[in-house]
Ligand binder design. Structure first.
Ligand code: PGA
Length: 224
């Protein structure tokens, strides 16, 4: 089965590096979420935003709205990424506003949820994920994708074992059967074959590895 692959390039690349990446990367079908200034460089690919403003207005200095992103050709928007929850103190209420704002502009939200290491150690993963989903999805009516990303697996090289991933993905699908569910957190060319053994995973949200053309190409080939 073909997987949904979302490349969250964060702030890894500058302009020259993004150009070099695009010259080298030849695969198709990946949803690219590059840094905002480089979105139009990725026009030959499916594009999404790494974040959006929580409301629509013409006077939000420094923000980028869902309708602006839509006008650039974006089809998706990541909301609730743990780096924004942690660094910008975005809570579930804010994430919910962003998600509804994306829906209102016909962007498909990619909603990130996941537990901290502390919650994991206390066996609270399902509880945390259920609360995040319930609060972030309040009043949502549209199409969306859920990305399960344990915070302790993001950028660390540490990945939950396949049974743990399967358990959380199965749980999310039992609550929200109509949505696709991705796994994210240290997905790499070196572990993609192992991750592909997990039943029920509809795809991956890839951070660090998605800015390295060779690495991402290998992941794409393993998922076709
Ligand atoms: P990572 O990031 O693949 O570098 O762990 C994933 C993410 O932050 O979405």
């Amino acid at each position: 089965m073909k997987k949904i692959l979302v490349a969250n390039q964060k702030t890894y690349l500058n302009k020259e590096e993004a150009e070099a990446f695009l010259n080298e990367f030849k695969e198709e079908g990946v949803i690219f979420c590059p840094s905002f200034p480089f979105l139009s460089m990725f026009n030959n690919h499916i594009i999404g935003a790494q974040d959006i403003s929580k409301e629509e207005s013409s006077s939000l200095t420094g923000e980028i709205t869902a309708s602006q992103l839509k006008s650039l050709g974006c089809q998706f928007a990541i909301v609730g990424h743990s780096e924004r929850r942690q660094n910008e103190k975005e809570d579930n209420t804010t994430v919910n506003k962003k998600l509804l704002n994306a829906e209102a502009s016909s962007l498909i939200p990619i909603l990130c949820v996941g537990e901290s290491k502390e919650d994991y150690d206390l066996a609270k993963t399902k509880e945390v994920v259920e609360t995040q989903l319930r609060e972030c999805l309040k009043d949502s009516t549209g199409e969306l994708i859920i990305a399960y990303e344990p915070i302790w697996a993001i950028g660390t090289g540490v990945v939950p074992n396949n049974q743990e991933i399967k358990e959380v993905i199965t749980y999310i699908k039992s609550l929200y059967p109509k949505y696709k569910v991705l796994y994210g957190g240290s997905v790499k060319a070196s572990n993609i074959k192992e991750l592909n053994q997990v039943e029920g995973v509809d795809g991956y949200l890839i951070g660090g590895a998605s800015s390295i053309a060779k690495e991402l190409s290998e992941i794409v080939k393993s998922c076709q």
